[in-house]
Design a protein around this ligand. Structure first.
Ligand code: ZN
Ligand code: ZN
Length: 141
């Protein structure tokens, strides 16, 4: 299963809202956040459902599957470790670090993120205070 970068943005957003902020995500929220049309969002959600990352029903919203949770946590792990690097090492402010990390987290390899994580002695929170997930794929990647 290949997740595209665009899809990764949907997944991260939905995960943050539903799992961390405990808010039901509506198509219009996603459309607003990603600055796309609601119809585009619906299409993408259907694709994510086909890849077994979400359960999606029109008018009922979305639920993340176990597979989706794993993917989202892996992406957010990368995101938050990059933020740590940018703030702690480069001295960027939190907002800028988050923005830069959003553009890179999808592309960065597990290996690179693991090295950064190690050099910061495995932080458990990012600079904004959100959880940095454990690496589940340590042995098989
Ligand atoms: Zn961030
Ligand atoms: Zn953060």
């Amino acid at each position: 299963m290949e997740l595209t970068e665009k899809e990764s943005r949907y997944l991260k957003f939905i995960y943050r809202k539903q799992e961390e902020e405990d808010t039901k995500v509506k198509t219009t929220d996603i459309a607003e956040y990603l600055k796309v049309k609601p119809a585009t969002v619906t299409e993408k959600l259907q694709e994510l459902a086909k890849k077994n990352l979400l359960k999606y029903k029109s008018y009922q919203g979305v639920d993340i599957t176990k597979r989706g949770l794993e993917e989202a946590e892996n992406l957010l792990r990368k995101h938050r470790i990059l933020e740590t690097l940018f703030v702690e090492y480069l001295g960027l402010d939190k907002e800028r670090a988050c923005k830069e990390a959003l553009n890179l987290d999808y592309h960065v390899t597990d290996q690179l993120v693991n090295s950064i994580c190690k050099s910061f002695e495995h932080p458990d929170k990012c600079p904004c205070g959100r959880k940095i997930f454990e690496n589940r794929n340590w042995s098989n990647r």
